[in-house]
Design a protein around this ligand. Structure first.
Ligand code: HEC
Length: 112
């Protein structure tokens, strides 16, 4: 019986991931109703990235300390990554100010 434990664990993890993706995928895309990057951050980003960009849990790391630049941040926001949804409704000036906001606050592990 014992030798099944790793398999059972793996299957539970796979199922959990699948369910998470299914439910996450069902969410309405976020549409910003304000120009304030601070409010947008709190509404759309903080539940994963933490109130101060410190991240949460294992899945959501703090913003990395690597130097990164505006175009990269903007690309992350609009296109997302494998763990982060893309925010295609954040664009133009709103996108610029949100990216500025993140860069300027210097969200990083070191500055916590
Ligand atoms: C569902 C959770 C989730 C939400 C919501 C989310 N992110 Fe992310 N984000 C992540 C994860 C996980 C990573 C890092 C892993 C990766 O790159 O795939 C990440 C990476 C990033 C990065 C790159 C950071 C680095 O150090 O490389 C930026 C910038 C970023 N997110 C900005 C935002 C902004 C701005 C918002 C809100 C508009 C947002 N994220 C919403 C999960 C999320």
């Amino acid at each position: 019986m014992k030798r099944w434990i790793p398999f059972i664990l793996m299957i539970s993890i796979a199922l959990f991931t699948l369910l998470y993706m299914v439910f996450y995928g069902g969410n309405e895309p976020y549409v910003p109703k304000t120009d304030s990057p601070e409010i947008i951050y709190q509404q759309a980003c903080a539940h994963c990235h933490g109130d101060n960009g410190e991240g949460s849990g294992l899945l959501y790391p703090a913003f990395s300390d690597d130097a990164y630049n505006l175009p990269e941040i903007k690309e992350k926001i609009t296109q997302g990554t494998w763990l982060m949804p893309g925010f295609e409704n954040i664009k133009g000036d709103t996108l610029n100010s949100l990216a500025d906001f993140i860069l300027e606050r210097g969200y990083s592990k070191e500055k916590q």
